[in-house]
Design a binder for this molecule. Structure first.
Ligand SMILES: [Fe+2]
Length: 591
């Protein structure tokens, strides 16, 4: 049975205490009530989420949840009437799917089977997660096609995170604009209601604010609409800001920056080296122990799309400060928007200056496209702790989630492996254990670019076992079924063997980019037993192998060892294994 705790809490002062009951009333009218802003998921943890939605009138409401979509657990009702509903659902199980229904005046107002969310895997867990990444999503046909293309490709696979690269709207920054250009279009598909949303800000999100633009401006619709982890609620160092923040999800640490507005110290992140956002970023990256580090923010540090990173003074400063930090702390992936194109670098290091200063030999540790699709020079990027110089940060410009444009002069930027203009698209990122796959999916659903990173593979494992003991060997990377090539002939990630002599086994991927080796030392065989000594020995199951591992007898029912067990076996030596009362016994036998 699910223990469910629901609390209504303030959107602006969420401090991780899901049991607070603070009511926020925007309207006192009590007539007809309906949901005018459909639900969206915030602050997803392994044991709680926050669901936000809006009603046209202040009203009581309630959320009930179910793990099977049929039996909905009774929930706590709100005690005061509000129109801006911010409901924390807590005491949940990790990595679990929950259906939910919203009730107004004791009626189900919304909640068909498409209304569900999944809690986060526990922090550090190696479970697979999927991310939808999109930027500069000007409303319209291109935005709709990009969204549909992603959703269609994802099929029934759950998308854990919906992240944005800023410039979420282009219609002036007002609340009505957010409704028309963001909430309505994304509610037309499944993600907004199912997937945890962690946006970032772009310049256009500040459009209706007075200059100089201030982070965390409570008059701004962006900050009113979202409840973001400013207090380290989801891991990471508290930023005390919803303009920039970090969070853990599974084995990934994600960091969101604000590359545009002024902070509480009246500096932007690129104004000078000593500013609170940049200092926080360093502290946050230093503290995380997560396997993967992903950072996203609006301004790209390398681009030749609708902006030129060799010309913009702001971007030149931003790059100079940030890329050194990304190098120092081993950031794996940086995604931005602003430039209305798609650009993707190879893993890059120590490239702090203009594009004219780029040197492939110095700044590209890999001579590969990283596409990992069998094409020429396409092996995945492999990062190993023993090779600290052979790793880097992959930079993606993904500012074509609705807006598209032609490139500028000197295209493409030389750090880029792949560059595409005049085409809309999104990125699908899958992370499982030590493997990251990213794909650019255009508005027609075509995967035009992709890359894969592995960490800590190509392992050499040494094990010593007793003769005839079974052993399980496992390749160090996750991959599709039948994508493994074992020296012993198997094709799965895990195999079970019974080595009869000291041997080395290897496994590669079908692209021949990765290889693990297992050096198995086999201790000398057991002493031998005459089979007659075992007469009358009871067993629950029994198997007899020869010394080459070939099975001669397999009895999968209870019995006693007698002459009939040995019938048909030529004279020689065998391994007899039997089970009794949950234990396994192995003997070398002379017959
Ligand atoms: Fe922008």
């Amino acid at each position: 049975m699910i223990f469910l705790k629901l609390s209504y809490i303030s959107q602006s002062r969420l401090t991780g205490l899901f049991s607070l009951v603070i009511l926020w009333t925007l309207s006192t009218n009590t007539w007809a009530q309906k949901i005018i802003r459909a639900p969206y998921i915030q602050l997803a943890k392994s044991n709680s989420v926050l669901i936000r939605y809006r009603t046209d009138q202040a009203t009581l409401s309630e959320i009930s949840i179910s793990t099977d979509g049929k039996t909905f657990n009774p929930s706590i009702k709100s005690t005061n009437k509000v129109s801006e509903h911010t409901v924390a659902v807590s005491s949940l199980q990790a990595n679990t799917k929950y259906y939910y229904r919203i009730h107004i005046n004791d009626q189900v107002a919304l909640g068909d089977s498409s209304y569900f969310f999944k809690t986060a895997p526990t922090v550090g867990s190696k479970d697979k997660i999927s991310i939808f990444s999109v930027g500069d999503m000007a409303a319209g046909e291109t935005q709709r096609k990009i969204y549909n293309a992603y959703v269609n490709r994802q099929k029934s696979n759950y998308t854990n995170l919906f992240i944005t690269m800023g410039d979420n709207i282009y219609c002036g920054g007002s609340d009505g604009c957010w409704q028309e250009d963001f909430f309505n279009p994304y509610h037309a598909g499944p993600l907004l209601r199912q997937t945890a949303l962690f946006p970032s800000t772009g310049n256009h999100d500040y459009d209706n604010q007075a200059f100089p633009y201030q982070q965390d401006d409570s008059n701004m619709a962006y900050y009113q609409n979202f409840t973001l982890p400013s207090q380290g609620e989801l891991g990471g160092i508290p930023s005390n800001s919803e303009a920039y923040y970090s969070y853990d999800y599974g084995n990934v640490h994600l960091v969101v920056l604000d590359s545009y507005a002024w902070g509480k110290d009246n500096f932007r992140i690129f104004d000078q080296e000593n500013n609170i956002q940049l200092n926080w970023l360093k502290e946050d990256l230093k503290a995380t122990k997560q396997d993967w580090k992903i950072i996203y923010f609006h301004f790209p540090v390398y681009t030749k799309g609708t902006y030129d990173s060799d010309v913009s003074g702001e971007i030149i400063k931003l790059r100079d400060y940030l890329t050194r930090v990304f190098d120092e702390y081993g950031v794996d992936l940086v995604m931005s928007g602003h430039s209305h194109v798609y650009e993707r670098s190879r893993p890059l290091r120590e490239q702090y200056g203009l594009s004219s200063e780029f040197s492939p030999e110095k700044n590209w540790p890999f001579n590969s496209s990283g596409r990992y699709d069998g094409s020429d020079k396409s092996c995945a990027y492999v990062f190993q702790n023993v090779e600290p110089k052979k790793k880097g940060t992959t930079y993606v410009v993904n500012g074509c989630g609705g807006q598209t444009a032609a490139h500028r002069f000197n295209w493409p930027h030389p750090v880029m492996e792949y560059s595409l203009d005049k085409r809309g698209g999104s990125m699908a990122i899958d992370i499982e254990d030590n493997r990251l796959d990213a794909k650019f999916i255009d508005e027609e659903g075509e995967v035009l670019d992709q890359f894969t990173i592995f960490k800590e593979v190509n392992k050499i494992t040494k094990k010593t076992i007793n003769a005839y003991d079974p052993i399980e060997l496992k390749a160090s990377w996750p991959g599709p079924a039948n994508s493994y090539v074992w020296s012993s002939g198997e094709k799965s990630q895990k195999i079970n063997l019974r080595p009869l002599k000291t041997s080395t086994y290897t496994v590669t991927d079908t692209q021949k980019c990765l290889q693990d080796s297992f050096e198995i030392t086999v201790n000398p065989p057991l002493g031998t037993t005459k089979w007659e000594e075992l007469i009358h020995q009871p067993f629950e199951s029994l198997e007899i192998y020869d010394l080459l591992g070939r099975t001669w007898k397999s009895i999968q029912k209870e019995g006693f060892i007698d002459q009939s067990v040995m019938d048909g076996l030529p004279t020689g030596q065998y391994i007899l294994e039997y089970r009794l009362k949950g234990k396994s016994y192995t003997l070398k036998l002379i017959h």
